[in-house]
Design a protein around this ligand. Structure first.
Ligand code: OOG
Ligand code: NI
Length: 461
């Protein structure tokens, strides 16, 4: 089939993300309520904070905001993970980053599937935080074998989805009709199944070992467990949730409130109890929840080190994990620690704390022919010929992710697995290496410098 018949992977992803959102709205109506709240808050911010709206216009994020969301799934075997990677590749999503959650008492390790180029991210920033269960961390051997046996039997992809993945790999893409069918078929993998694959007693055994193990092993597939829209003001969301009948978790994960947001701030509401038909009788399971996030600047290694240090300082000062009882103190301590992180874009840039995107301005373009115009980046910025905005963070944060897992799984009885990061084992299961997110940000920044230089008729910047 000639290549010009193929739909771009970016538009398959956009289509899939929209279909997923529609499905999740039907499955978890509270997600729909959350979308309404996010949309109200985002409109308010754009109307009341013209600077924020202007920055989003420069970077183009204004156009992707309404459809921006991430999902999360947990798979049970290496084979499932490797096939998920192939499925996401059809929609232009690659594994980025490695996250070890075992040190936080969650027996999984994870990656984020997402688009990697800013142009693709602009079409659809849809991402999926994907975790692989680590049964090797469970020292209860009979239970481990029970789980392995159950997982070995399940098939999480439809036969047609597998065919279309293979076809896309072989031909180098899918045409419009096949892409439509692929989206419909792929969606089945992420659906909620009311009927479990185990007896009520087996569920209980798995659950008693770790709730997450039951969530992965007892069901027919890796149901999407949350779908997270992006807000421009998470504090307004946190305050606004109760009025909509959505109880938020105690604290907002990530950095504190800032004029110039960095990385990622997240809050969530607890999973609802859902009816489950075990193979012998009825029961319930808490699986799916809601989450909202606010995204800010991607940090350089130096900025990230500072972030990690300040977060550690805060947690050490709190003497314990943040929870309901100490939430207010935690947020105050966090704000206090982070006064050491400059809240000013120019300073963040000068100190090399964040990645940026650069743009040639109208003024710069008009001055192209002037002999005495500045030609260095700093000179061009000072003269207003080049404008910069923070490059948005597209990834996740392990401490926050652990907090999200915990609030969803319940604070009680945290497990201890020690620190067991094993990126090689994860990549072996995946059948691919995960990409380095820092390299991706640096490349994106570089491309924006090159484009600015070219627009201004300069050799390089
Ligand atoms: C994933 C938790 C991590 C996030 O936004 O950090 C996550 C999960 O609960 O499966 O989604
Ligand atoms: Ni999430």
């Amino acid at each position: 089939m000639p290549a010009y018949d193929f739909v771009s992977p970016d538009s398959i992803r956009a289509q899939f993300s929209a279909a997923m959102s529609l499905m999740y709205k039907q499955e978890v109506p509270l997600y729909g309520t959350l979308l309404e709240l996010v949309s109200e808050v985002n409109q308010q911010v754009m109307a009341q904070q013209p600077k924020v709206a202007e920055a989003l216009r420069w970077t183009g994020e204004i156009e992707r905001l309404d459809q921006e969301r991430h999902g999360a799934i947990r798979v049970g075997t290496a084979e499932e993970l490797a096939t998920i990677a192939r499925l996401f590749a059809v929609m232009g999503m690659a594994p980025v980053g490695y996250y070890d959650l075992s040190s936080a008492g969650v027996p999984v390790h994870s990656t984020a599937f997402r688009a990697v180029h800013e142009q693709s991210l602009h079409v659809s920033p849809f991402r999926v935080f994907t975790s692989l269960l680590r049964l090797e961390l469970i020292d209860n051997l009979p239970l481990r074998e029970l789980a392995q046996g159950i997982l070995a039997k399940r098939k999480i992809f439809t036969a047609r989805a597998l065919e279309l993945i293979a076809q896309s790999e072989q031909d180098g893409g899918l045409n419009a009709a096949d892409a439509d069918e692929f989206v419909r078929e792929a969606l089945h993998t992420f659906r909620w199944h009311q009927d479990a694959t185990v007896t009520a007693e087996q569920y209980q055994q798995l659950h008693d070992q770790h709730r997450l193990i039951a969530d992965v092993v007892a069901f027919k597939g890796p149901h999407i467990n949350h779908l997270t829209p992006r807000t421009l003001d998470i504090d307004a969301i946190q305050v606004g949730m109760p009025a909509k009948g959505i109880p938020p978790k105690a604290i907002v994960e990530g950095p504190p409130t800032r004029r110039h947001p960095i990385l990622l701030r997240q809050t969530s509401f607890k999973a609802l109890q859902e009816q489950v038909a075990f193979s012998d009788h009825q029961g319930s399971h808490t699986a799916r929840f809601g989450e909202i996030e606010q995204r800010g600047a991607a940090l350089t290694p130096k900025g990230r080190q500072l972030y990690d240090k300040l977060l550690d300082t805060t947690r050490a000062a709190l003497r314990g994990a943040p929870a309901e009882a100490n939430a207010e103190r935690y947020m105050a301590l966090l704000q206090e620690s982070f006064t050491a992180f400059p809240d000013d874009l120019a300073q963040m840039r000068e100190q090399g704390l964040a990645y940026f995107r650069y743009f040639a301005t109208e003024k710069g373009l008009a001055a192209r022919e002037q002999a005495d115009r500045p030609t260095t980046l700093e000179g061009l910025i000072a003269a207003g010929h080049v404008h910069f905005e923070a490059l948005v963070y597209e990834d996740f944060l392990p401490v926050s992710a652990a907090g999200i897992f915990q609030s969803n799984l319940g604070d009680e009885g945290q497990a201890e697995y020690g620190s067991n990061a094993n990126r090689e084992a994860f990549e072996a299961a995946l059948g691919l290496q995960v990409q380095d997110e820092l390299a991706l940000y640096a490349q994106s920044e570089r491309r924006s410098l090159e484009a600015s230089a070219q627009a201004l008729g300069l050799g390089s910047l």
